[in-house]
Each structure stands twice: as structure tokens, then as C-alpha cells.
Design a protein around this ligand. Sequence first.
Ligand code: HAM
Length: 415
Amino acid sequence: MINVPKGTKDVLPNQSHKWRFIENAARETAAAFCYKEMRTPTFEHTELFQRGVGDTTDVVNKEMYTFEDKGGRSMTLKPEGTAGVVRAFIENGLASSPMPVKTYYITPAFRYERPQAGRLREFHQFGLEAFGSPSPETDAELIFAASSFLDKLGVKGVKLELNSIGCRICRGEYNKALKNYFAPHLESMCPTCRSRYDKNPLRMLDCKEEECKKIAAGAPKILDYLCEECKEHFEKVKELLTAQGVEYTVNSGIVRGLDYYTKTVFEFVSTQIGSQGTVCGGGRYDNLLEELGGNPLPAIGFAAGIERLMLLMENTGVDFPEEQKPALYLAGMDAASRALCFKTAIYLRGKGVCAEFDHMNRSVKAQLKYADKIGARYVAVIGESELATGTVNLKAMKDGNVNSVKIAEIEEYLK
Ligand code: HAM
């Protein structure tokens, strides 16, 4: 017996309608906010993530599914959606389109992490990425889109946490302050933090080790080091969100786990799904296009984890729409009536009606039992008289009411 790989999940037929519900809400939200879909490959050159996501991040250092292809190239299954979208944006010359260019995706992503509730090795993200606008309105729009998406799903109690991690200018000052602060503590910090000290001290705030976390709690706060422009930008984002009635708290501890962020960063966090409570995260990445070889262009995005949202919805009893059930089951008695069942089912399906017939050569009694099990709304038994008159008795399964309906009028009747 070969089992599903650790950290991955099957979506079975009785679950897929829940997935579709979330994906439909994602697509509807994206459409309403004028974001268009973009699809990029599942694997990319490893260097894209090393340069894009950053080689001081856990994602790149520890979690990537990297392999050599048969041509000897190093490839990596995408650990997130942004880097591929940015690569495609630059490569396809979308920078010459009218700005902003607003895109969205629903994609699998792969991270070799220790699996637990809400943390998988293959998971799925719904993300928005907006290119070309430096304005705080775009930040507020994007955050509002994330919040509308969560509302559409009916999830409750998710808190928005907001921070700004500044631009190159303020980050320079802040990095100095962090280094001064951490220098006397380095001895008692983990090897990863010690290696990050020189390369990227901001990452030291993201360490999960208990001792490092304690030390990091006393570190200087980025918000005290923002330059005038970043400060103003952050104030405006908050003002716009408040005006729109979006509740948030400023959490200066949010630095995000990926290296490309600048200015606004945010997370939507739930306390109802265990330790992996971040259902959605994102922020600005105004330097990434340039870092990946494009012309400088500001951008901002977020991604929400579909499995985490599913977990949250299931844990909090959100009502999913019912899974699709057949509108009509056609039971046949003999060869001629079975042929009519087949023909009628095909005709109704052509009209968009979900109709089913017997595939298993069962008795009429067994066919009706099956129709009940699959939740058919109506059943019709086709026999000699139905063949002769072209009229069937449709029995409603919920109350047993029977009505005689012409085959040509079934579709109308079922509406
Ligand atoms: P991220 O915070 O690494 O950001 O991931 C976004 C979301 O993906 C998380 O909030 C979480 O819901 C989900 N997620 C991450 N890792 C896992 C996992 N192992 N298992 C299940 N769900 C997971 C990004 O990926 C950025 N690309 C977001 C972004 C877009 N920033 C700007 N644009």
C-alpha cells in the first residue's frame, strides 16, 4: 500500500465542494477588486527564490523542495506565489502596460516543514499582487480585499495586525540599532540568529527559539526608525482603513518570514486553529522587481492559505453550501427502458440538469436505494407505460409527492 506523502492531503469528492466554495469566493473577490488571474509554473529556477524570497529566510534555507532536473539545472517547487508572478511580470514586459497591473492567483505551494494542524508540505494560496502604484490607497485597497474575502467566507474573529518595516533608508538605521542591541546577547542566541546578525539582523526578530524570542522581545522597534516618507505612508494606510471601518492593531513585531518586504506588512490572525494561526499575510515589496532584474517598480500583495481557512471554517462551524446532488435519478426496468433512461439523462445533462442512471445493472429496488444514498431530489422509474406515453412519474424524495410529467418537460419541472 502506497500512502499519501507526509504533509500532503487528498481532497475527496465529499470535500471538494468546500474547496470550490473558497475558490469561488476568491475569484469573486479578485474580480470585484479588478484583479486579473495570472498562472505561473509550479517549478522555477532555484535562483529565483534564493534572490527573491531571500537566502536568510527559513523558507529558502530549510524548506525548499529543490531538485536537479535531467539537464542538470537546479529547480525548485514554488514555496510561495509572489516570486514567480514577479518573474513572469518582468519577463513578459508587463511593466509597459498601463499601471497599476493588478493580478491574482490560486496556486499550490511547497515547503518542507514539520507538518501539524494548518501546516502542510503542499498547501494552496490565494494571492493578489498589484504592480506599479506607490500610493497608500493601493495598500488599503489590498488589505480591504483580503478582509472582504474573509467576510465572504463567513469566518469570524480573525484579527488584522499591521506594521511598517520601512524602506532602504530607514532600514539602514534600524539594522544598526538592531546590531547594537543584539551584540551583547549573541553568545546566548542560536546559530541561525548568529549567522543572520551580519547578513540580515531583521530576520533575528523572526526566530522561533524560546531564548532568542525572549531576547528579541526587548529589541528596538522599527516604527521608531521610520523615515518621514515611510511614516507618512503608514499613517495614511491606517487612516484609510479606519475610514473604511476595518479594525486593526499595530504590531511592531510583525516582520514576515520572507525578505522582500518594505513599508506596510500585515497578517490576518486567528486564535481558533492552534499555533499556525496566520490565515493571510502580505505587504509591500517595492525593491523586489529591481532585485530580480526588472526596472524599479513598487508593488504590494498578500496570500491567504486555503487549508488554514478551511480548518478555521470547519472549527468554527461556518456553513458551507451543500454539495451538488443529482436533480433526478432515472431507474430502468429492462433493456428498452434503460436505453430511454440513458437517452433522457444525456438530454437533460445537455440542458445543464444533473441527472443520473444505473451504471451497475442493478434491480429497480437497488437502483432506488442507490438514488436515495446519493441524495437525488427526484426519481422516476421508467417502464413499458413510460416508453409508450413519453410521460414519467417524478417522485420527490423529500415528501414522496408524485407528479406525472412529459419527458420533454422534465427540465422545466425540475427548475
Ligand atoms: P506567507 O506568510 O509565507 O506569505 O504565506 C501566506 C499564507 O500561506 C500564510 O498566511 C498561511 O496561511 C499559508 N501558509 C504558509 N505556509 C503554509 C504551510 N506550510 N501550510 C499551510 N499553509 C501555509 C507568502 O507566501 C507571500 N508570498 C505573501 C505575499 C504575496 N506577500 C506579498 N504578496
